[in-house]
Ligand binder design. Sequence first.
Ligand SMILES: Nc1ncnc2c1ncn2[C@@H]1O[C@H](COP(=O)(O)OP(=O)(O)OP(=O)(O)O)[C@@H](O)[C@H]1O
Length: 255
Amino acid sequence: MSILLEAKNISKLFGGLKAVSNFNMTINKGELVGLIGPNGAGKTTAFNLFTGVYQPTSGTLSLDGRSLLGMKPSQITQRGLARTFQNIRLFSELSVLDNVKIAYHTHLNYNLLEAAFRFGRYIKQERQIEETGRELLKIFKLEDKADEIAKNLPYGAQRRLEIARALATHPQLLLLDEPAAGMNPQETNELMDMISWIRKEYALSILLIEHDMSLVMGICERIYVLEYGSIIAQGVPDEIKKNPEVIRAYLGEEA
Ligand SMILES: Nc1ncnc2c1ncn2[C@@H]1O[C@H](COP(=O)(O)OP(=O)(O)OP(=O)(O)O)[C@@H](O)[C@H]1O
């Protein structure tokens, strides 16, 4: 199996606080990996390091064998890494379809001048974007809501739209930050199926931060556990469930 993302000995200091400490992680192509840990363990900081929001204080980071260090978030998106946020970030005043279409534009191979000179190609690409956008909405059960304003969608639907929008940038690796937060059990189950399906359909690697243990244990092939910025365990779900360190740190009441 070939490695897609590799983080080696990454640390991130905020003043005196080590939010992430000597963090090592590999994600193979096509793998679905979970990242769990108590509140404040450093999970979102890890995502922010992978996506260029923060630069690590030390350590190395690469995607598909090429370093990500020093790159801006937009460049990292172009290289094939997309994410969703713990707090939903949509263009709340735009329609559902436009939210997805805007994401496609980060991947278009025309600029404005070309658009003016080669109007035919522009129109064709716009039509393609509209079609693929609608296909994505269908996958996420949002096709009937294409023209609704994003902020008027129910919470669970907004979360699905965020994933659809991330997928529109054609990622190799998708980072999902608590995608089931605020969802009811039925919505969570449907989301699990969607995540598994898109992973196969788009040959994606996925890294998932999630507090819903049934979701994490149900779909992830491998799990990393963070506590106070350090990885305290990693392994397949059955190993993680039995690991005494993990039970102590995180699964306490549920184990
Ligand atoms: N920009 C920042 N400046 C200072 N401290 C920060 C910053 N971002 C995160 N931290 C601190 O780093 C630690 C890790 O935070 P982080 O948000 O990564 O945890 P988390 O595991 O994602 O938590 P949660 O599950 O609550 O979202 C926390 O102590 C947090 O207060």
